[in-house]
Design a binder for this molecule. Structure first.
Ligand SMILES: Cc1cc2nc3c(=O)[nH]c(=O)nc-3n(C[C@H](O)[C@H](O)[C@H](O)COP(=O)(O)OP(=O)(O)OC[C@H]3O[C@@H](n4cnc5c(N)ncnc54)[C@H](O)[C@@H]3O)c2cc1C
Length: 546
């Protein structure tokens, strides 16, 4: 290996490292897997990535085992950012915002979302598909996972905002991908070499299987599972848009270097209604009612998250802006609930926006009143500062669990399924008995308005039965999700944890098309192998870090 590392170092201007501290850092992401890479490459520019891809292709052709896993901030919850060969880490050098236009930004893939958000906000612009991890993730990771977040109801996921992107492909060249008219597609197909072949084969695949693919699209408002082949070609408009396949492809088709994102002007006035639910069976009706008022978010967190937040109050207060005593005072109602045993089973956050404070307030008030028939405790929040404490608890729910529960660890493996909100009334009463059978501690948070649930079990460290439980509970939950035509992942993607369910979710015919897609882009299986296709459940189980 040392010889290979030297050869790579000689090819690039960036660095390559294989010391144990670096490898340790890159052996985990936010999933519950651990995979030790052989080395971490920090490419300095596109030419470096091209050189490493060409080198890997040569090595692979010579029969040596080598692969490349692109990585942003490593906050992936599915094991997607892990690889046992070379990791290409982008944030160190690919961190420039190239340019802003009236309604777009061009950024390198390793730019942190928080930096882009700051720059965009000075122009009254927003990339609204940000995840709860917006302070710690990169925009390249958001594209590769097709991330979404609390504003999904109103604005949709990252796929909606990718206008163009550049990617280094398996032939070692960087290409620009964007929506093409029929004429533009024809020109691409006439090209020689890799690019022409790619457009010819991909078009043939989506055109020949048009009806099968359109029918395969999950009937939910958000999906990150699989390759979104159904979104590539529209016979009515004639538009062929390969970006819609590359988004969400988890680094399995190439290394994304630069993205042009469309941006929106955010509606500046928001008003939050907080709803305290004690009976989870009420979720479908309450959510159904709220959706009529066109909220920009309906988010949730459960009683266990609530208790943890109270326990960690000093940490949370430290992250909020404002005087410490005022903030602590703001949490008195929550402390009181905790002391008197009045913590609700689920807190729902329904946020409404408008062009004026009056408009946002009026809609929020109407929505709150519409819930009277359910006899629930609700609160219309007066100020953005008061709203912030609820948002911090929601956004931090997973992070709090990851870092603060002693002797246990988070096990995200049923963490992201989606079913249509209308089906929740039937679905949830079937889900709870399955969860209860396993006698687990788990938290529920998520984007209830989209029917997207983040259920995070906590596993005792070194529990010998944990791997079996992951296998059995995972299967039971996904069998149920698929029976309701849901998706196993609304936003966190497939990675090591779910790729082996793709065949079951989409059926063998569509899965075959996924395999063909991978072959078209990456015939030697260089990019992030074992994710999406050619996955192995045994491999994942062997790499559980529990
Ligand atoms: C506390 C917490 C909360 C979260 N909340 C949400 C949420 O609300 N919504 C949500 O969608 N996700 C959420 N996530 C998951 C994760 O943060 C997002 O998917 C995020 O966008 C990943 O960005 P990253 O930079 O960390 O990517 P990484 O983890 O580094 O990579 C993610 C995937 O993209 C690939 N990749 C990265 N960069 C490139 C590139 N340049 N070219 C090709 N492939 C690439 C990687 O190989 C990997 O498969 C959360 C995670 C945490 C820890």
């Amino acid at each position: 290996m040392a010889e290979i590392l030297k050869q790579i170092q000689n090819l690039i201007k960036g660095e390559i490292k294989d010391d144990s501290a670096t490898l340790g850092l890159f052996s985990t992401d936010a999933s519950f897997y651990k995979v030790w890479p052989r080395a971490v490459v920090y490419p300095k520019d596109v030419a470096d990535i091209q050189a490493v891809v060409k080198f890997a292709a040569q090595e692979k052709a010579a029969g040596r085992d080598i692969s490349l896993t692109a990585r942003g901030a490593g906050t992936d919850m599915s094991g997607g950012a892990l690889g046992q060969s070379l990791i290409l880490s982008l944030p160190k050098y690919f961190n420039r915002i190239r340019s802003f236009g009236q309604d777009f930004v061009v950024a390198e893939a390793g730019v942190f979302y928080r930096d882009l958000e700051k720059e965009a906000s000075t122009r009254n612009l927003l990339l609204p598909s940000f995840p709860a991890s917006k302070e710690i993730c990169t925009v390249g990771g958001m594209v590769a996972n097709n991330s979404g977040g609390e504003l999904n109801l109103q604005y949709g996921k990252t796929e909606r905002y990718v206008r163009e992107l550049k990617m280094v492909c398996s032939d070692g060249q960087e290409y620009l991908f964007k929506p093409l008219s029929a004429l533009e597609l024809k020109k691409k197909q006439q090209k020689d070499g890799f690019e022409g072949g790619l457009y010819r084969q991909l078009f043939e695949l989506v055109d020949k299987n048009y009806d099968l693919l359109k029918a395969a699209k999950p009937e939910v408002s958000k999906n990150s599972a699989g390759y979104y082949l159904w979104n590539v070609y529209d016979r009515q408009t004639g538009i062929f848009d390969p970006t819609q396949l590359l988004v969400g492809s988890q680094g399995t088709l190439g290394v994304i270097t630069e993205i042009k994102f469309g941006l929106v002007e955010p509606r500046l006035h928001e008003r939050l209604v907080v709803i305290f639910l004690n009976d989870l069976q009420q979720i479908p009706n309450v959510v159904g009612k709220l959706l009529k008022f066109n909220p920009q978010s309906i988010e949730s967190y459960d009683d266990k998250t609530f208790r943890l937040a109270i326990k960690l109050l000093p940490d949370i207060v430290a992250r909020l802006k404002g005087g410490i005593f005022k903030l602590l005072f703001g949490f008195l109602p929550e402390l009181w609930m905790a002391l008197t045993g009045g913590i609700p089973k689920l807190v729902l956050l329904a946020e409404f926006s408008g062009d004026s404070e009056r408009e946002a307030g009026a809609i929020a008030r109407q929505a709150q009143e519409s819930l009277k028939e359910f006899n629930l405790k609700t609160k219309l929040i007066d100020s953005p500062a008061d709203a912030e404490k609820y948002w911090i608890i929601r956004r931090e729910s997973f992070n709090m669990l990851r870092h603060h529960v002693r002797g246990m660890r988070t096990a995200p493996f049923i963490d992201d399924f989606v079913v249509r909100p209308e089906a929740l009334g039937e679905f949830l009463p079937k889900l709870y008995p399955i969860l209860n059978k396993y006698n687990l501690t788990y938290t529920i948070a998520g984007h209830v308005g989209d029917g997207n649930f983040h259920i995070i079990p906590l596993i005792k460290l070194k529990d010998p039965k944990a791997a079996e439980m992951v296998k059995n509970l995972g299967k039971e939950v996904y069998d149920l999700v698929f029976a309701y035509k849901g998706s196993m992942s609304g936003e966190h993607n497939d990675g090591l944890v779910r790729s082996h369910y793709l065949q079951q979710m989409y059926g063998p015919a569509v899965y075959k098309l996924f395999e063909q897609t991978k072959k078209i882009f990456d015939p030697q299986d260089i990019f992030n192998p074992g994710k999406k296709v050619n996955s192995s459940f045994e491999y994942s189980q062997q790499h559980l870090d529990i």
